[in-house]
Design a protein around this ligand. Structure first.
Ligand code: TYC
Length: 100
Protein backbone atom coordinates (compact mmCIF):
# COMPACT_ATOMS: atom_id res chain seq x y z
CA UNK A 1 0.00 0.00 0.00
CA UNK A 2 1.09 3.52 -0.71
CA UNK A 3 1.37 5.82 2.22
CA UNK A 4 -0.76 8.85 2.15
CA UNK A 5 1.15 12.09 2.42
CA UNK A 6 -0.73 15.16 3.38
CA UNK A 7 0.65 18.42 2.09
CA UNK A 8 -0.62 21.62 3.49
CA UNK A 9 -1.32 24.19 0.87
CA UNK A 10 -1.53 27.84 1.53
CA UNK A 11 -4.05 29.44 -0.73
CA UNK A 12 -2.71 32.54 -2.34
CA UNK A 13 -5.22 34.88 -3.77
CA UNK A 14 -3.95 36.58 -6.90
CA UNK A 15 -5.45 39.94 -7.47
CA UNK A 16 -3.55 41.61 -10.29
CA UNK A 17 -3.97 45.34 -10.20
CA UNK A 18 -5.59 46.85 -13.23
CA UNK A 19 -2.94 49.06 -14.79
CA UNK A 20 -3.95 52.69 -14.62
CA UNK A 21 -3.99 54.33 -18.03
CA UNK A 22 -2.45 57.61 -19.08
CA UNK A 23 -3.60 59.89 -21.85
CA UNK A 24 -1.17 61.33 -24.36
CA UNK A 25 -2.28 64.86 -25.21
CA UNK A 26 -1.24 66.88 -28.23
CA UNK A 27 -0.96 70.63 -27.58
CA UNK A 28 -1.51 73.26 -30.23
CA UNK A 29 1.10 75.89 -31.02
CA UNK A 30 1.37 78.64 -33.61
CA UNK A 31 4.50 77.41 -35.41
CA UNK A 32 4.56 73.70 -36.15
CA UNK A 33 3.28 73.09 -39.70
CA UNK A 34 0.08 71.05 -39.87
CA UNK A 35 1.58 68.49 -42.23
CA UNK A 36 4.48 67.95 -39.83
CA UNK A 37 2.08 67.27 -36.92
CA UNK A 38 0.25 64.74 -39.10
CA UNK A 39 3.49 62.95 -40.00
CA UNK A 40 4.55 62.72 -36.35
CA UNK A 41 1.14 61.34 -35.34
CA UNK A 42 1.35 58.71 -38.10
CA UNK A 43 4.90 57.71 -37.17
CA UNK A 44 4.64 57.62 -33.37
CA UNK A 45 1.02 56.61 -32.87
CA UNK A 46 0.58 54.40 -35.95
CA UNK A 47 -2.39 56.41 -37.20
CA UNK A 48 -3.71 56.55 -40.72
CA UNK A 49 -3.45 59.91 -42.47
CA UNK A 50 -7.14 60.66 -41.96
CA UNK A 51 -7.01 59.75 -38.25
CA UNK A 52 -3.92 61.93 -37.80
CA UNK A 53 -5.57 64.75 -39.71
CA UNK A 54 -8.62 64.67 -37.42
CA UNK A 55 -6.50 64.72 -34.24
CA UNK A 56 -4.28 67.52 -35.57
CA UNK A 57 -7.33 69.61 -36.54
CA UNK A 58 -8.97 69.12 -33.14
CA UNK A 59 -5.79 70.26 -31.36
CA UNK A 60 -5.48 73.17 -33.79
CA UNK A 61 -9.06 74.34 -33.14
CA UNK A 62 -9.49 73.51 -29.44
CA UNK A 63 -5.94 73.91 -28.15
CA UNK A 64 -5.40 70.26 -27.27
CA UNK A 65 -6.52 66.77 -28.24
CA UNK A 66 -6.24 63.35 -26.58
CA UNK A 67 -4.21 61.20 -28.95
CA UNK A 68 -4.35 57.79 -27.24
CA UNK A 69 -4.20 56.02 -23.87
CA UNK A 70 -1.47 53.65 -22.72
CA UNK A 71 0.20 52.40 -19.55
CA UNK A 72 2.29 55.12 -17.92
CA UNK A 73 5.63 53.97 -19.35
CA UNK A 74 4.36 53.73 -22.93
CA UNK A 75 2.50 57.06 -22.68
CA UNK A 76 5.63 58.83 -21.39
CA UNK A 77 7.77 57.23 -24.08
CA UNK A 78 5.40 58.18 -26.92
CA UNK A 79 5.00 61.76 -25.65
CA UNK A 80 8.79 62.11 -25.44
CA UNK A 81 9.29 60.66 -28.93
CA UNK A 82 6.72 62.98 -30.51
CA UNK A 83 8.04 66.04 -28.71
CA UNK A 84 11.63 65.20 -29.67
CA UNK A 85 10.74 64.79 -33.35
CA UNK A 86 9.42 68.35 -33.20
CA UNK A 87 12.51 69.70 -31.37
CA UNK A 88 14.86 67.98 -33.82
CA UNK A 89 13.09 69.78 -36.67
CA UNK A 90 13.11 73.11 -34.78
CA UNK A 91 9.40 73.17 -33.87
CA UNK A 92 7.75 73.67 -30.46
CA UNK A 93 5.43 70.69 -30.97
CA UNK A 94 4.52 69.31 -27.53
CA UNK A 95 2.87 66.14 -26.24
CA UNK A 96 2.04 65.78 -22.55
CA UNK A 97 0.65 62.91 -20.47
CA UNK A 98 -2.14 62.93 -17.93
CA UNK A 99 -3.60 60.25 -15.68
CA UNK A 100 -6.95 59.03 -16.93
N1 TYC B 1 -1.50 75.53 -35.21
C1 TYC B 1 -0.49 75.05 -36.13
C2 TYC B 1 -0.48 75.90 -37.38
O1 TYC B 1 -1.40 76.66 -37.62
C3 TYC B 1 -0.73 73.59 -36.52
C4 TYC B 1 -0.75 72.71 -35.33
C5 TYC B 1 -1.84 71.86 -35.11
C6 TYC B 1 0.31 72.69 -34.43
C7 TYC B 1 -1.87 71.03 -34.00
C8 TYC B 1 0.28 71.86 -33.31
O2 TYC B 1 -0.86 70.22 -32.04
C9 TYC B 1 -0.81 71.04 -33.11
N2 TYC B 1 0.55 75.79 -38.21
Amino acid sequence: MLDTITVEKTETRVRPKRPRLWKVILLNDDFTPRRFVVRVLMAVFRMTESEADAVMLTAHMKGACVVAVYTREVADQKAKQGTELGRDAGFPLTFTTEKE
